[in-house]
Design a binder for this molecule. Sequence first.
Ligand SMILES: Cc1ncc(C[n+]2csc(CCOP(=O)(O)OP(=O)(O)O)c2C)c(N)n1
Ligand SMILES: [Mg+2]
Length: 554
Amino acid sequence: MSETISGGHLVAKALKAEGVEVIYTLCGGHIIDIYDGCVDEGIEVIDVRHEQVAAHAADGYARITGKPGCAVVTAGPGTTDAVTGVANAFRAESPMLLIGGQGALSQHKMGSLQDLPHVDMMAPITKFAATVPTTERVADLVSMAFRECYHGAPGPSFLEIPRDVLDAKVPLDKARIPKNYRASTRQAGDPESIERLADMLAHAEKPAILLGSQVQTCRATDAAIDFVRGLDVPAYMNGSARGTLPPGDPMHFQLSRRYAFTEADLIIIVGTPFDFRMGYGKRLSPTAKVVQIDLDYRTVGKNRDIDLGIVGDPGLILSAAAQAASGRVENGAARRKEWIEELRAVETRAYEKRLPRQLSDAQPIDPYRLVHEINEFLTEDTIYIGDGGDIVTFSGQVVQPKSPGHWMDPGPLGTLGVGMAFAMAAKKARPDKEVLCLFGDGAFSLTGWDFETMVRFDLPFIGVIGNNSSMNQIRYGQAAKYGEDRARVGNTLGDVRYGEFAKLLGGHGEEVRDPADIRPALERARESGKPSLINVWVDPDVYAPGTMNQTMYK
Ligand SMILES: Cc1ncc(C[n+]2csc(CCOP(=O)(O)OP(=O)(O)O)c2C)c(N)n1
Ligand SMILES: [Mg+2]
């Protein structure tokens, strides 16, 4: 008799072929055969307390490793709980596979336990969503789903596997188990367009570049650095591209972006859309030439006109453009000294204006002081994660990751609750790194029970809660629109001592009310070697300028 294999074991073989080392999951009777397959293939199973966390962790794992992440959830509510994580990965262009259980095909549409139209629900938020029709094709469809994650800008895929398809055994030689099924999808960019970009650079006196998340997704750090240093182009970074240049680098700018984009004569936007974070492209100088480079043709020229669009891999395109420009006798770099000095002066003025707030001894603690202390505390090996509203908006101004790939935020979906999952994924994928997550108290509450998972899997990290007992970012909008006396509706949280919560679950916890205690508490958390929560009571009555300027309130 020939050897047989079950659907769950075929899933595990396909995950192994893709290089997946860990799955994030919350169990259910529909999916247990996948766990059994993972045991055979040596794939680690990390079981969390909410499926949202499993999906966010798969997203985070993809961001940190550059390989696709994988979450496995049960049918019905297991899959619906994971929808937010998939949606977040979709907007953030993060490649991950969600595998959901499904009732048996033999009970199709009969009202089986946890039966829902998962594929229909997932279709608009994935690059690929399908049902596996037969056991023989389980691994084939898993490999197909992974391949689809890399079409254009990356993103999530979804597969549902009916219970009888997963549990059945088929002859091994009848099952297709792909091993070599993926080609590089890196596109070099149209050479003619690259020549035009080199030309534009040669003529620009005041260029500026925005390095967006795709620079990190495509691991284009070196190309970006060579480009901006070789051609003297001041660089701003957003999303996961923060840290591409280290703080202190002559081309690293952060606080003068609006000024630069108003005064520049050439603006190069790399790997980030003209979405709400960019004022839909409306805040750029009307006379500047605008160049957009993106993995996704649909992003280029969306929401505003451009002078040049180049579709492809940002690293390959920046390298080619740098090379094309450097071959010219006059590439413009020499003429930019004054422009760079002008921006540096704006940058320094903005920094000095804010510095007293960052050093404030006020009690309750000024949120600027908290994020300042965090910034000073980060090392080159600390992965920083922001998960919250107003408090994280403060940190976006002040916290500067010291290395590439060391900044994580949800991305354009703005999902609260990613933090614990990202910390879990980051520490798992990079145990050599320190992980620090700044939470709002509202954001923490959404997925905070997974602190216990961090303890159970021995994943130490430094959690900091900027606790204002409120959903402050929303409260601000209510106060501005309806007045202070009507601003306390639907946004007030209790005064919770989250440090105690950490201790209850087996971690390290502290309460901080005096700004002078922030640094020592961070150091004790670092030394504890445990998952930790430093609950910092911040002033609930101050708001971040970014919150006050949000376009949705205008
Ligand atoms: C899952 C989710 N629910 C709701 C929101 C809307 N929202 C944006 S900011 C915010 C307040 C967050 O409060 P907290 O994390 O305590 O940060 P704070 O603004 O108080 O600093 C809310 C509810 C969201 N972005 N994501
Ligand atoms: Mg809050």
